[in-house]
Design a protein around this ligand. Structure first.
Ligand code: GDD
Length: 325
């Protein structure tokens, strides 16, 4: 029997790679999108344009439980991947009400609706290294205490506990992936890696003079997005539901990223990068660096790309955006 998967956030970086993976595995793939995405599909659905007609899109809103119930009853999925969230890390707490409400309620609505109408459905929840936040030890693993410092991390910790609760109290096959940063040519422009790559390419092509960044000495554990969606899928194929850290186990600085990206284009970043305090975030005392030993041991997961390989792929793909126009 063909397996059916339902993905929230299908048009995002991870959702689109997951759709690719599931289609290749022979799944029937369904995705939840907002009405505005259908109306502005050239922009908002660009990551899934290449699978147009092969995935079924359902218009629903994650803050409207009735629309979610309707979609779930229509699809009756075997697997549900909940990737949609306000995912840009806000340290200003400006949007704290909406981020908290959206991220927590959507997770709760989905779990409650699945428990009611299709309790056998396996559920994946996109947790984040931001759940560890201001950590005291590095690297972090599944036993490291959470200490979120941004409202986004607070919302992700709450979602993680909801997932655990539905697993323990109701016996649902529900798992959280605690994912560290993962990048690709489909990354959104607000995140530092895409911002650097797109600026470097525009500078090379004479379309931009410089780029303003925040702390170049910030460390991140950066992996390859397609590897991380593979981890999500592996979690739902496991014998038993569990939570896993997905990371590379090594960190690099924003400066190293910038140097490599500009270097791919034969540019010296020091001539083009400006430092702007508006992009600074509170300094991290202990770096966020994940230990992927558990998922490697239990599910055989491993990454396929190093950071320089990811950067080169991002630069090549960004250049193609201009040369194929
Ligand atoms: N965005 C941005 N813009 N970040 C900058 C800049 C800049 O101009 N300059 C330096 N940085 C630093 C940030 O301070 C941070 O240390 C690092 O670059 C990465 O920032 P982002 O790319 O915005 O990602 P993030 O780490 O905040 O969050 C991402 O990863 C999380 C998982 O670890 C997001 O994908 C989250 O949704 C995800 O949960």
């Amino acid at each position: 029997m063909t397996k059916k998967a339902l993905i929230t956030g299908i048009a995002g970086q991870d959702g689109s790679y997951l759709a690719d993976l599931l289609l290749a595995q022979g799944y029937e793939v369904h995705g939840i999108v907002r009405r505005i995405a259908i109306e502005d599909s050239a922009h908002k659905l660009k990551n899934i344009q290449h699978v147009h007609g092969r995935v079924k899109l359902h218009v629903a809103s994650l803050d409207n439980v009735l629309s979610l119930i309707k979609t779930i009853r229509e699809v009756m999925p075997d697997e549900c991947y909940h990737l949609a969230a306000s995912s840009f890390v806000s340290y200003s707490f400006e949007d704290e009400m909406s981020i908290l409400n959206n991220n927590i309620n959507s997770t709760h609505y989905l779990l409650a609706a699945l428990k009611e109408f299709v309790p056998r459905c396996r559920f994946y929840y996109a947790g984040s290294s931001e759940m560890f936040g201001a950590v005291e030890t590095s690297p972090q693993d599944e036993r490291t205490p959470f200490n979120p410092r941004a409202i986004y991390g607070v919302s992700k910790v709450a979602g993680y506990h909801l997932v655990k609760n539905y697993r323990q109290q109701y016996g649902m096959f529900a798992c959280s992936g605690i994912l560290y940063n993962h990048e690709s040519p489909r990354r959104g422009y607000e995140f530092v890696t895409r911002k650097i790559v797109s600026s470097a390419v525009r500078i090379k092509l004479g379309l931009q003079e410089s780029v303003s960044l925040g702390n170049l000495d910030a460390h991140r554990d950066w992996g390859y997005a397609p590897d991380y969606v593979n981890a999500m899928w592996l979690m739902l194929q496991a014998q038993d539901p569990d939570d896993y850290v997905v990371a590379t186990g090594e960190t690099h600085t924003v400066r190293e990223f910038v140097e490599t990206a500009f270097g791919c284009l034969d540019l010296d970043y020091r001539q083009y990068v400006k430092i702007d305090p508006q992009f600074f975030r509170p300094a991290e005392q202990v770096p966020l660096c994940g230990n992927p030993a558990k998922i490697a041991r239990d599910l055989g997961w491993k990454r396929t790309r190093t950071l320089p390989e990811i950067i080169r792929e991002m630069v090549t793909s960004e250049l193609e955006l201009y040369t194929t126009k």
